[in-house]
Design a protein around this ligand. Sequence first.
Ligand code: ZN
Length: 448
Amino acid sequence: MQWSWKRIPAEYLVANVKLYQGGKIARRKGFMHVKKGRIEQVGAGEAGREGLPVLDGRGLVCAPGLIDMHVHFREPGQEEKETIATGSLAAACGGFTSVVTMPNTEPAIDHSGMVRYVVDRGKEAGLCRVFPTGAISKGRRGEQLCEYGEMVSAGAVGFTDDGSPVTDGNLMANALKFARVLDVPIISHAEDLSIIGGGVMHAGYWSARLGLPGMARASEDSATFRDIELARATGGHLHIAHVSTRGAVDIIRRAKQDGVRVTAEATPHHFSLDHARCRDYSPLFKMNPPLREPEDVEAVAAGLADGVIDCIATDHAPHTATQKEYQFDQAPFGVIGLETAFAVGVTYLVKSGVMDLGRLLELMTERPAGVLGLPYGRLEEGAVADFTLLDPDFTWTVRADSFRSRSRNSSYLGETLTGKAGATFLRGRLTWRDEEVLADDPAPRRGA
Ligand SMILES: [Zn+2]
């Protein structure tokens, strides 16, 4: 039987691929046998199974589907920016098969009915696994805790008031206690609004030069420290979202050495770009936390390399073109990230020698799965066949029409990056193919 992209069979072989397993890329070519959405067999060499349709991987890297534990899909309430369906397509396009949505929609995801709504919309779209988080407090107002038990039963994988910090320390401590019983993380948006004031970019040389109000590192550092002390006191699992300062990396490192139950994530923009990018007042470089100084960027990258920061998460935050055309100080915070995350990782971490490709993929698969306790992110026999074929050498220039997301607010527009997903499979079924990376006719492009 011949392989056909148009009609993916229920059983097939993926051959001629470099397999990612356990933080490493195999040197020898390998294969994977997919049967009814599961991995039947995976390993080096040839499968030795006659008669099955063969997908020729053309020497690409075969990795578990990427996992992004921090995305904003804007549904319900701001569907003009992104919906669960368009966000899921953007995810598939970026090589992702699982995403975790943030609850700061309108209305917020603050009860079990809303959690179920996100789960159902995700299934309807059918392009990646959509795991919702619920809000820590009702309406994200920081006053009253939500009903965590019911929300976990409905499918919530953690709780966060992301977008805003939890100002009341006692409320945060109680959230950690309840989450501990349910064995889910409390995700901290670590920010002290009394320190931030009306800041719109990192407080430093460039904010002074541009005459824009700054966001001091002390805001993130002190909030990170407070939440870690609450995790230490309660024994709850604290996850720090979007780490951006050298100080926060140090605080998390010490807490981990002390045995505090803390995990952390960093975004592609925080390990690749610094505050000088704001020099032309472009809102495409406005996000919260802000782009910081070169020493912070370096500390975040080093933290990812040595394991202090557990995983890469995009903080994919779509906004309409109109909003991103506002003046810098008026524009909303946030940039999209799903479709460039792998390429930014390859370009800024692997090509620059901070880590190898195996480590990068570990930070985008096994590690986030471990933080959330999800049974994904590994290519092994019996596992569900969520995988992606990645070309780590494919060079492309990011353009507005490159995106499948409903929004275009990327910090990398016009930039040439290396690395792209050629095809993404969810439960063995194709969710995305990039026809430039993985053309119908294998002959002309690469000799692999
Ligand atoms: Zn946040």
